[in-house]
Design a protein around this ligand. Structure first.
Ligand SMILES: NC(=O)C1=CN([C@@H]2O[C@H](COP(=O)(O)OP(=O)(O)OC[C@H]3O[C@@H](n4cnc5c(N)ncnc54)[C@H](OP(=O)(O)O)[C@@H]3O)[C@@H](O)[C@H]2O)C=CC1
Ligand SMILES: CC(=O)[C@@H](O)[C@H](O)COP(=O)(O)O
Ligand SMILES: [Mn+2]
Length: 387
């Protein structure tokens, strides 16, 4: 079986690990898309020979052309270029590994071009889950989870009917500040927020993990992937990140998926599905002492998780607003303009100002997204006018 894969976000954490898996499986690469890291993208082009690649803008497209010399590859750029790469004709599967709601349009274009989606970009389902799942069903394509928790649940559900499921249990590491009090969170640095205890990931998801917003986004992602009602999706803190998630069935039996904290495992499962392929990376060690802890999340210390449940219960355009507000405020946090401990306040404030639209169209979702980002910028500008 020689599959052909396109990766949106090939220079990032998921993108580079996907290329590791592709190297190992000896699959082909049809298309690659990145933002501004043209040096890394040029190396990937020379090794994997895609037909088409995309970068953020024309300046980076020209820089890339110089770096790759005579390599025979079509170079496109910008939002339209990203959609063109997503729909490129010879790929079987498109791995969505860009960050944020910018993934919505190319994911839809890939679905419309009948590509299976290996979905890492959870924000697309958070903001536009209803539309994306309906398009996938209409075009008869699979949405295969890459996110470790959802891959775990997907693996536990193989050959089982959703009608037998009582609830999904998403595990959460607790992030960089799992043991800190709310007061202590006021003094944390960005450098410490970016130190995830178990996973090496891109900056945005690492901050989301530290606020537990990542888990909130994952609850919404699970609702759409597995058609589960919100009250059947629970979160449990599990500091070791060995149990990647669990499914409780109607007879109260629980299945869990375990493994090392290595994203190549869920990535390979999604790319090779329904096959299970050999691997050569490290295995979970049981010959040394291993302790596994589980306890409930503290929603007072980590209110982002409550905000996400609220957004999911109300639904409509509110999850897109939560997501966009969070994306924008996290950008400000990463640039040192807003303290880490203010993330949830800003997100909640924008959610409260929003007039939710039920069953929004794609345009209404994108408009709600733009509105939320603007509200965040205005609020932050008020406090830091030099911005
Ligand atoms: N990292 C992980 O372990 C996990 C990640 N996820 C999800 O996967 C997604 C990716 O996360 P992660 O890999 O950590 O993120 P990274 O920040 O590491 O990577 C982001 C990628 O997006 C690219 N990008 C930025 N702007 C553009 C653009 N305009 N057009 C095309 N590509 C662009 C970046 O390119 P460049 O660097 O060249 O600018 C980079 O390749 C997120 O949604 C995250 O929540 C889910 C589970 C685990
Ligand atoms: C690897 C992965 O899937 C991340 O989403 C991870 O789950 C982050 O860890 P926590 O959000 O549990 O801290
Ligand atoms: Mn995850």
């Amino acid at each position: 079986m020689n599959r052909s894969i396109t990766i949106l976000g090939s220079t990032g954490s998921i993108g580079t690990q996907t290329l590791d898996v592709i190297r190992h499986l000896e699959y082909r690469v049809s298309g690659l898309a990145a933002g501004t890291n043209v040096e890394r993208l040029a190396q990937q082009i020379k090794e994997f020979h895609p037909q088409i690649v995309c970068v953020a803008d024309e300046v980076h497209a020209q820089a890339l052309r110089k770096l790759i010399g005579t390599e025979n590859v079509e170079i496109v750029y910008g939002e339209e270029g990203l959609c063109d790469v997503a729909a490129e004709s010879s790929a079987d599967t498109v791995v969505t590994a860009v960050v944020g709601a910018m993934g919505i349009k190319p994911t839809l274009r890939a679905i419309q071009a009948k590509k299976n989606i290996a979905l890492a970009n959870k924000e697309t389902l958070v903001s536009a889950g209803e539309i994306v799942m309906a398009e996938a069903s209409k075009h008869n394509v699979k949405i295969l989870p890459v996110d470790s928790e959802h891959s775990a649940i997907f693996q536990c559900l193989q050959e089982r009917s959703l009608s037998q499921v009582k609830r999904l249990l998403l595990t959460a590491s607790g992030g960089s500040f799992r043991t800190l009090t709310r007061e202590q969170l006021h003094d944390v640095t960005i450098e410490s927020a970016l130190q995830h205890p178990n996973w090496v990931m891109g900056p945005k998801i690492t901050i989301d993990s530290a606020t537990l917003m990542n888990k909130g986004l994952e609850v919404m992602e699970a609702k759409w992937l597995f058609s589960m009602p919100v009250d059947a999706i629970d979160v449990v803190i599990h500091p070791q990140s060995v149990v990647h998630s669990m499914v409780e069935f109607v007879d109260h039996s629980i299945l869990a998926q375990l493994g090392t904290a290595d994203m190549r495992i869920p990535i390979q499962f999604a790319l090779a599905y329904p096959e299970r392929m050999q691997a050569d990376w490290p295995r979970l060690a049981f010959h040394t002492y291993m302790q596994l802890d589980f306890y409930p999340p503290d929603l007072k210390r980590f209110p982002a998780l409550s905000l996400a449940y609220d957004a999911l219960r109300i639904g409509g355009s509110l999850p897109a607003v939560l997501n966009a507000a969070n994306e924008r405020v996290v950008e400000h946090v990463l640039q040192g303009r807003v303290p880490f401990s203010k993330i949830e306040l800003h997100v909640e404030d924008v959610m409260q100002q929003h007039h939710t639209l039920s069953h929004p169209s794609l345009d209404e979702i994108l408009e709600s997204d733009r509105w939320a980002r603007k509200k965040i910028d205005e609020a932050i500008h008020k406090h830091t006018p030099s911005m």
